[in-house]
Design a protein around this ligand. Structure first.
Ligand SMILES: Nc1ncnc2c1ncn2[C@@H]1O[C@H](COP(=O)(O)OP(=O)(O)O)[C@@H](O)[C@H]1O
Ligand SMILES: [Mg+2]
Length: 261
């Protein structure tokens, strides 16, 4: 992939994005642009501000300063369900499934998050409107099949092992039919062979759904092998951005990682 960014190919852009928590600047004047169909890695030591950046993009928290632009439109002030409706879906570092609901129900609800009434139905654990039910159920089963969990569709989410819950979260996010998929540490808690499989799986998702993917990940080989470009955060600041091989050898990046132990 070329380092030159075509202006008309940008789907998501952060412009001088800042988020403060009291005196702490969790995200500090960060700017970057993600291109369509890119797998964009976001790395950095613990506490660097990666998850906060996802929380800003998905409008769980507002920016203190700066803007988020999605396909040319300022989305900085939108509500989370609007962001979801525009096609930006995510998974969570701290898994957020409805533990008492089945895997299938979790995925079905994921698909309904982009309309406000359906979101409320979901939160209240009401079934979807009847005309939508068979369609969304069929789609949810297909997504469970895709992540390898279709034989456990009726099991409660809380009974799934950690790695399986992460895959279930991906299925739930995909139910939204997103254009951008944000994955917050999807390989956390997985063993090496699961990580390798996940890497290939994420790559295949991009092709299958024509996705743009932003990936937060600690496992460096996974990030290096999978991402087209990588942004490195350290203490809230963007300290490097570029192709994996360049970022890996960047003295500022090496110092940030060594400094954090
Ligand atoms: N809601 C919050 N309130 C106060 N501080 C927060 C909040 N969310 C994150 N932080 C702080 O912001 C910094 C960045 O956190 P986070 O974005 O979770 O880092 P990362 O995902 O890179 O490990 C940390 O110091 C964290 O304690
Ligand atoms: Mg995090």
């Amino acid at each position: 992939m070329s380092e030159i960014i075509a202006e008309n190919n940008i789907v998501l852009e952060a412009k001088s994005l800042t988020r403060r928590f009291g005196g702490l600047v969790a995200v500090n004047n960060v700017s970057f642009a993600v291109q369509k169909h890119e797998i964009f890695g976001l790395i950095g030591p613990n506490g660097a501000g990666k998850t906060t950046l996802f929380n800003l993009i998905t409008a769980l928290i507002p920016p203190s300063e700066g803007k988020l632009i999605y396909k040319g439109t300022d989305i900085s002030q939108l509500r989370p369900y609007k962001i979801a409706g525009l096609g930006i879906a995510r998974t969570f570092q701290n898994i957020r499934l409805f533990g008492e609901l089945s895997a299938l129900e979790n995925v079905i609800i994921g698909g309904h998050l982009h309309t406000k009434s359906n979101m409320i139905r979901g939160v209240l654990r009401l079934p979807p409107a009847p005309h939508e039910e068979s369609k969304s159920r069929k789609k949810a089963l297909e997504l469970l099949e895709l992540v390898g969990l279709s034989d456990r569709a009726e099991e409660k989410a809380k009974n799934f092992a950690y790695g399986d819950q992460r895959r279930l979260e991906i299925a739930r996010a995909l139910a939204l039919e997103p254009q951008i998929l944000l994955l917050d540490e999807p390989a956390a808690g997985m063993n090496p062979s699961e990580k390798q499989y996940l890497s290939e799986f994420i790559h295949s998702l991009r092709e299958r759904f024509n996705l743009t993917i932003v990936l937060i990940e600690h496992h460096v080989p996974l990030v290096m092998g999978l991402c087209d470009r990588i942004a490195v955060l350290d203490f809230g600041q963007l300290i490097a951005l570029g192709e994996p091989a360049v970022v890996r050898d960047d003295p500022a990046v090496i110092a940030a990682y060594l400094g954090s132990g």
